[in-house]
Design a protein around this ligand. Structure first.
Ligand SMILES: [Zn+2]
Length: 430
């Protein structure tokens, strides 16, 4: 059970070989959740560049919203759902390199993407349920302006730097700007009748949004966040980039990273109160700020670079905080999970473009086997070369997208060894 919990965190769709026909440059999103009807309404501008001559359609993750769209604010665009995806038919074919703006209005329910509860709203992994974006292309990172209209007296978090909060007609309009290009699955937000607990006003400031949880309990649950953040800064060689990090504590189950916040379920974090060693969910989601958010897998066949690193860095944190036995225990749990998959007849290289029979087996590879591989690299290379490789890899790819070749390059550079045999065996396959 515990290991099942360890693997919660990022549920992804099967890899879809989406043709790279356009590049999203910037999203401008304005949304207004309706707490009474549990729906959302908004407008969005998607600035994009054509990567091919003759581009005549745009494709995004499908959702249940009612949508109307135009290009550059004028010509209307046909919008239909086909094979579970939005297809926007452009009025004129575009030439390679041309930039245009898809202007969208939307309204409706976001059943997978939004959780409404007791006057609060928060996103899940399915962010593209509540706006127009693409979960299947993590490598298409874009900047974001985000505006959220909420009842007066709310607290909220969304991607980027909070620019201002204005009162308009008895409501509050919150505006954020994210200048770092980010994958769309991180475009989460949370807002409404939360209380805001400031853990630490340093830089970055650390806050928790929670509802009806005493301040002392919030401190007991999240008290180690600063120490973890410093630990990951040290291991990555890169400072946390945002002015603040917020953890949104929800009733029930949740474990999802976003641009500069994470949603964490009481079910995942509550065991800390009985056993302080049960701190994995804070570490796992926080570590994604480096591995996943800033250094992002180029496509979902490389998911293990996001999730394997998050699980591995959680084990490394536990080793630093609690001792070697806790690290070994994490590795044993991962190994057990991978072995169970193997015994069931499924074992594939870590960078895998094929299908997985189940989400469980996908996680047994991208989370569990990936951690065993990173531990193997660590033992093979030794402490100095391995951690130097982690820093090289993280720094060299900061803000960008990665494939396994980038990790191999960094580890070969740091160890001055040819690691192709190891990477073929574990990662690429023969
Ligand atoms: Zn994760």
């Amino acid at each position: 059970m515990r290991f099942v919990l360890l693997l919660v965190g990022l549920v992804v769709a099967w890899p879809v070989a989406a043709a790279e026909t356009f590049d999203v440059l910037h999203h401008e999103v304005r949304v207004r959740p309706d707490f009474a009807t549990k729906t959302i309404a908004g407008t969005q501008v998607v600035r994009f560049r054509s990567l091919a001559d003759g581009l005549d359609t745009l494709s995004f993750t499908g959702n249940a919203l009612r949508v109307t769209a135009s290009v550059d604010g004028a010509a209307l665009v046909g919008a239909t759902i086909a094979d579970g995806r939005w297809v926007f038919r452009l009025p004129r074919a575009m030439r390679r390199g041309q930039v245009a703006r898809l202007v969208v209005s939307f309204a409706g329910a976001a059943p997978k993407g939004l959780v409404f509860e007791g006057g609060t709203v928060s996103t899940t992994y399915s962010t593209c349920d509540a706006m127009i974006c693409d979960l299947e292309r993590p490598g298409d990172k874009a900047t974001l302006d985000f505006e959220l209209t909420l009842p007066t007296g709310s607290h909220a978090v969304a991607p980027g730097r909070l620019r201002d909060v204005r009162t308009v007609g008895g409501e509050q309009v919150w505006r954020w700007r994210e200048r770092r290009a980010m994958p769309a699955y991180l475009f989460g937000f949370a807002g409404g009748a939360f209380e805001r607990h400031v853990l630490d006003a340093g830089r970055p400031s650390l806050a928790v949004l929670a509802k009806d949880v005493e301040a002392a309990k919030v401190r007991a649950l999240f008290g180690d966040t600063r120490a973890m953040l410093s630990f990951f800064e040290g291991k990555s060689g890169v400072k946390f980039g945002e002015p603040s990090y917020t953890q949104v504590l929800l009733a029930g189950s949740a474990a999802q990273e976003a641009v500069a916040h994470s949603t964490i379920g009481m079910a995942e974090i509550d065991p800390i109160l009985q056993d302080a060693h049960e701190d994995w969910v804070i570490a796992h989601e926080l570590s994604h700020q480096w591995w996943g958010n800033a250094v992002t897998c180029a496509d979902w066949s490389e998911l293990w670079l996001n999730e394997g690193f998050a699980v591995f860095m959680t084990a490394a944190w536990k080793e630093a905080k609690w001792g070697r036995a806790d690290y070994e225990r994490e590795l044993q749990l991962a190994n057990k999970r991978w072995m169970a998959a193997k015994e069931s007849g499924f074992d594939v290289p870590l960078s895998w473009k094929g299908a997985y029979p189940s989400l469980k087996l996908k996680r047994a590879m991208a989370y569990a086997k990936a951690v065993v591989f990173l531990d193997t690299l660590r033992r093979e290379l030794g402490e100095r070369a391995f951690w130097r490789g982690v820093r090289l890899y993280t720094r060299a790819n900061w803000g960008g997208v990665v494939t396994a070749r980038d990790l191999q390059r960094a580890m070969e550079q740091s160890s001055k060894r040819d690691l192709s045999h190891l990477f073929v065996t574990w990662v690429h396959g023969s």
